[in-house]
Design a protein around this ligand. Structure first.
Ligand SMILES: Cc1cc2nc3c(=O)[nH]c(=O)nc-3n(C[C@H](O)[C@H](O)[C@H](O)COP(=O)(O)OP(=O)(O)OC[C@H]3O[C@@H](n4cnc5c(N)ncnc54)[C@H](O)[C@@H]3O)c2cc1C
Length: 464
């Protein structure tokens, strides 16, 4: 497969190129005083504003955003509105018990429908189709892992209607993935077009009376105050919603590790290519490798596929505009062609990257300190599309002082320890993904069903 001559690299994402970058909103005009100041206009920030403004229309709410609404991961992602939890069941269960962790899982399932219902109510046309999610195994080790994973999910609140193992032929009826040995399908996932969704959600939030100040970067956050280069925002409550950009705030460098995830998208594929691949629905499709690839069939007949690429750069640096290293593009093209050989004659038209927020315990958290009035939510790793909505409704309840089922979920009040200092963090993250790539290669060429030892060691050391 080839890159076309107008192959675009970065510029936020293909999604925003597809619909056009929105006109910028005005920056903060100077010092202001509000009831709630939200820092970051990604999904966490916008959803929190949306639910707070709905529940309490008298609140004066302002969002300060460094670039524009949707500039971060929320406008760059793979469009999996998925029920997979933002965090790890075993860790939530360890601190709060299995029943509580199961409640989080059920709430994640329900949240998909909540997002779809808001999109419909607010007239957000974002190519949303809920056809579920397929994970595919393409070697013996992946198949064994996938089968064990399904067994685990069954003990974590995934019932008979939530999850279905697929034989190779059942899988082939939905999508032809080269070398597939089997897979599973869950109805709990919907495809979305991230930029269309962000543009629509930002407009819905404004209709509720919230002001979004763009081109306004926060430098520091303290009780009742957000300091920006354009003036200070004073507020009774401050919500920090920065995910992979958390380290831009003074004193928060080691809180979340910004991890890159990169994507490529093909040109619209011809009917003959689609005939070979099948995939006539809008299921999201992922592999079962350690380094993990995720894909969607877009509404206009392309394949958008992502993976970790070059996951972490020294001292948390990353290309803010989303431009992607050639090495990562090459890896993604190889993966795409390995999964769907029929795309060999088609071209890739765009590549981009974004950053995930990874906490030291790989578990998302929702926090509110009533004494300082500071709230934050994040650490979703790669599962924030659904998680951000649930986290935002939880923040609403916490801030408004309502004791609800949401405020008792096990990700409320979690505080992971900080990441190691550099260069230990860089060495660790680089070694982790080198080990996963090595394990993937070994498993591809091995008839044995056991997970490669390098991946097991990497899981243990990283705490993943
Ligand atoms: C390539 C990629 C693919 C992904 N695919 C999926 C997927 O398919 N499904 C899924 O569930 N999740 C996926 N994710 C993760 C998901 O996108 C995120 O978890 C989610 O969007 C996080 O939303 P957020 O609002 O917390 O953070 P963000 O969307 O990153 O928002 C943070 C905002 O803060 C702004 N900002 C930064 N610094 C400052 C500052 N100092 N002051 C003010 N504003 C600032 C940024 O510009 C940004 O708009 C993916 C992520 C990436 C990068």
């Amino acid at each position: 497969m080839q890159k076309t001559s107008d192959f675009a690299n970065g510029g936020v994402s293909f999604w925003f190129r597809d619909v056009g970058l929105p006109a910028k909103r005005a920056p903060l005009p100077g010092p202001i005083d509000v009831d709630v100041a939200i820092v970051g206009a990604g999904l966490t920030g916008l959803w929190t504003a949306y639910y707070l403004a709905q529940a309490s229309p008298d609140l004066k709410i302002a969002i300060v955003e460094k670039e524009f609404a949707g500039y971060g991961a929320s406008g760059r992602n793979g469009g999996w509105l998925s029920g997979e939890p933002a965090g790890q069941f075993r860790r939530y269960a360890k601190t709060h018990g299995a029943d509580s962790a199961k409640r989080l899982q059920r709430n994640m399932f329900d949240t998909i429908d909540e997002v779809i219902s808001v999109a419909s109510g607010e007239d957000i046309d974002a190519d949303i189709v809920k056809d579920g999610l397929i994970h595919v195994a393409t070697n013996a080790a992946q198949l064994q892992r996938l089968t064990h994973h399904v067994d685990h999910l069954r003990t974590q609140g995934w019932g008979a209607d939530d999850l279905f193992l697929l034989t190779p032929s059942e899988l082939g009826e939905r999508v032809q993935v080269a070398g597939a040995r089997g897979g599973f399908w869950t109805p709990h996932c919907a495809r979305i077009h991230p930029a269309k969704f962000m543009i629509g959600l930002a407009a819905a939030v404004e209709r509720l009376g919230v002001t979004i100040y763009e081109d306004t970067a926060a430098d520091s956050i303290s009780a009742g105050t957000v300091t920006t280069g354009r003036g200070t925002v004073t507020a009774r409550y401050v919500v920090q919603a920065l995910e992979g950009y958390t380290d831009s705030i003074a004193g928060q460098r080691r809180k979340l590790m910004p991890m890159n995830s990169s994507m490529i998208v093909t040109e619209p594929l011809s009917p003959s290519v689609w005939a070979e691949i099948g995939w006539s629905g809008a299921e999201l499709v992922g592999d079962s490798g350690h380094s993990f690839a995720y894909s969607q069939r877009t509404a206009d007949g392309r394949i958008a596929l992502g993976g970790r690429g070059v996951p972490y750069n020294f001292a948390s640096s990353f290309a803010a505009d989303g431009s992607t290293a050639h090495k990562a593009v090459g890896q993604l093209m190889e993966k795409l062609q390995a999964m769907f050989p029929a795309v060999a004659g088609s071209s890739v038209q765009h590549t981009w990257s974004g950053v995930l927020g990874v906490p030291r315990d790989w578990c998302a958290a929702v926090n509110f300190d009533r004494r300082t009035g500071i709230a934050n939510a994040g650490g979703y790793v790669g599962h924030g599309l659904t998680g951000t909505n649930l986290a935002a409704r939880t923040l609403r309840d916490l801030i408004l002082g309502d004791d609800t089922e949401l405020t008792r979920l096990p990700w409320v009040g979690r505080h992971a320890r900080r990441w190691e200092v550099e260069p230990i963090r860089w060495i660790g993250a680089s070694a982790l993904y080198a080990a996963y790539r090595h394990a993937d290669r070994r498993e591809t060429h091995s008839p044995r069903p056991e997970t490669a030892i390098t991946a097991k060691i990497a899981d243990t050391i990283s705490g993943r």
